[in-house]
Design a binder for this molecule. Sequence first.
Ligand SMILES: Nc1nc2c(c(=O)[nH]1)N[C@H]1C(S)=C(S)[C@@H](COP(=O)(O)OP(=O)(O)OC[C@H]3O[C@@H](n4cnc5c(=O)[nH]c(N)nc54)[C@H](O)[C@@H]3O)O[C@H]1N2
Ligand SMILES: Nc1nc2c(c(=O)[nH]1)N[C@H]1C(S)=C(S)[C@@H](COP(=O)(O)OP(=O)(O)OC[C@H]3O[C@@H](n4cnc5c(=O)[nH]c(N)nc54)[C@H](O)[C@@H]3O)O[C@H]1N2
Ligand code: SF4
Ligand SMILES: [Mo]
Length: 661
Amino acid sequence: MQTVRSFCRVCTSVCGILVDVEGDEVLRVRGDQDHPFSKGYTCAKGRALPQLHHHPARLETPRMRVDGQLQDTTWDICLDDLATRLRAIIDEHGPQSVGIYFSTMESAGFRMAEALHAAIGTPAKFSPLTIDGTAKPLVSDLVGGFIGLSGRTDLDNCDFLMLVGVNPVVSHGHAISMPNPTGTVRDIAKRGQVWVIDPRRTETARLATGHLAPRPSTDHALLAFLVREILIDGVKTDVPVQGLGELTAAVEPFTLEHTASLTDLAPNELAKLATAVREARCVAIETGTGVTMTAERGNVTQWLAWVLMILTGAMNRPGGTWFHPGFAYQMEAFGEFLPITPVEGSFGPGPSSRPEAQAFINEWPCAVLPDEIAAGNIRALINVGGSLITSLPETGKLIPALQNLEVFASTEIIDNETTQLATHVLPTKDPLERADITIHDILSSRVSVQHTPAVVAPVGERRSMWWVFAELGQRLGYDMGGLGDPATSSDDDVLSVLLAGARCTFDEVVAKGWAEAPQALPAPWVDDHIGRMGGWRLAPPLLVDQLAALQPPAPLVMVPRRQRKKLNGQLDFLGEAAEIMINPEDSRAAGIINGQPVTVRSVSGELTGVARVDDTIRRGVVSIPHGHHTANVNRLTNKDDIDTVTGMVRYSGIPVSLHPA
Ligand SMILES: Nc1nc2c(c(=O)[nH]1)N[C@H]1C(S)=C(S)[C@@H](COP(=O)(O)OP(=O)(O)OC[C@H]3O[C@@H](n4cnc5c(=O)[nH]c(N)nc54)[C@H](O)[C@@H]3O)O[C@H]1N2
Ligand SMILES: Nc1nc2c(c(=O)[nH]1)N[C@H]1C(S)=C(S)[C@@H](COP(=O)(O)OP(=O)(O)OC[C@H]3O[C@@H](n4cnc5c(=O)[nH]c(N)nc54)[C@H](O)[C@@H]3O)O[C@H]1N2
Ligand code: SF4
Ligand SMILES: [Mo]
């Protein structure tokens, strides 16, 4: 038996792991006590890597659809056929007839897919951005004047933390990563206060010092109320700001009474939180999908969360929020050339089949895919590691659309509902089979990078994802930008190109397994940038208008939730049930019995799952977990219900009705 030191790439917490291997069998994954960041922590998902590797439905051979049937084939036949068909489609209908969906944790594969995307030159780029959350980059852009201001709490020093629509004890955070969330939240609650704002008494709320359960999709009101209270006292900080008058007018309607009625919270609960906020040294706020999945409401809520942090002096200060400078990117190196984006934001033209949707960060909304295919605009789709059937909205319209594609190429490791619809199935190395570095360095909890060697040899015909896209690019006649040569390069050769010019050399990272740079707080590059802009922009007109236009939500709505032993559409084999959580009052009204099947209906469709009648969820809310192939929550979501500013689809706050099944 051999033990290999690696890091887990199931989620962005990237915990250090030790993997026991015997021959080609992966026996066990445990936490690496000596790892400088995760210190031995792992979760059930990471410990399931051996089962993922030995999954009975793992893909080992390329497959190609012949006469309507998927058949095993060779890489040469599969890639030749794929390239021939793509070339014909591009030549006849233009590059925009090819769509690409980006979702992978494979660093080199991601970058090679980006190179292929650039070579094809299609605007039809999609990613989890518009099905997970656009509100964070939008607010960074409009309020902070730079889309790359990626804020996260100074967890080591924070003593007042608000968690709004985020459940780190299960998720490890949203767009940040928090290894050991239970220990982290407990520590902050011990030395200060942690307030959870969630319609459920979540696993995190149970560790918190305070929990408020507002009606879903009304968090903007709660935050506007708190901002209004702070403004009544007068701003405490000397942080430069602009738009104070416009902000004051925008939050003026959110009195205690009005907010209590919108949120369905008791006035004394709200007043207690307001007092705590007033007394706090500064207020750090983390938001999650409970905010970002509420479409236009998410933009407004994220904005007001930032405003509260700015006004209490939390931004770029110890105990508040720090901004990730990147390990490869090195934001501070831009100096005075760090761009200041216009207060109205920057958007591009969207797809012609959906005139109301626009491009945001050069991406199209995932929600437009069925219409673009139906219009004959998108004829081929390349799926870079996504589980489209569970993740994209309105499954009832998505499946027939995907069936109408002329070409649907999917890179995958496990056979699933999405690969079953593909014309070309491209089996790539799983996390234990490839050398890798941490992807997207601003997602890491530290200013750091990690490297792992491959733990085991790839099974069957699996190849590196970068190799697949490099081969495809060559067959299409493109110059793929020198990332790596599929005939001669190793995974490490490509990874070393990715780290060229980073804060340390590739060899240093390989030798140690990780590298970290010191993290200054306050970071001068952030203060300089805000100074050059003339202060934080407290009241971008776009957000002020979206706030003013909001209507109260429907009386009974569906909200999403993550489960411990699942990662989105993955890890079904760990056995999490698709339990539908309903408050006892709502279940009585609809005649639903605990443990019995319940049917949930929306305007888009219906699904049936098992009811969990539970008083940890407030009334007026139905909580449905995401990522199940049976009881797929996207049977209820609607491709037309999007935030027209950023294209984010509504996944929280969808009107539903309940029926005994
Ligand atoms: N175990 C596990 N971990 C994961 C994942 C997983 O599937 N499983 N997925 C990963 C991914 S891709 C992501 S994006 C992150 C997401 O991480 P989180 O955003 O923390 O996701 P959740 O754990 O679902 O927590 C969201 C919370 O928002 C609440 N909520 C829903 N609607 C509202 C609302 O209107 N207002 C308020 N205040 N709360 C609301 C829900 O009840 C839920 O408790 O997790 C990542 N980590
Ligand atoms: N209604 C609703 N919809 C949602 C959500 C919700 O809460 N509610 N959550 C949204 C969120 S936050 C997100 S991030 C998206 C996620 O949606 P997706 O981007 O589709 O991500 P996953 O569901 O994690 O699917 C990843 C796929 O990659 C495969 N895979 C795993 N490892 C590898 C690998 O090493 N190589 C390759 N090639 N493939 C691999 C897995 O088997 C899986 O099929 O879904 C979104 N959709
Ligand atoms: S928290 Fe994420 S990175 Fe850490 S073991 Fe679990 S799945 Fe892996
Ligand atoms: Mo996500």
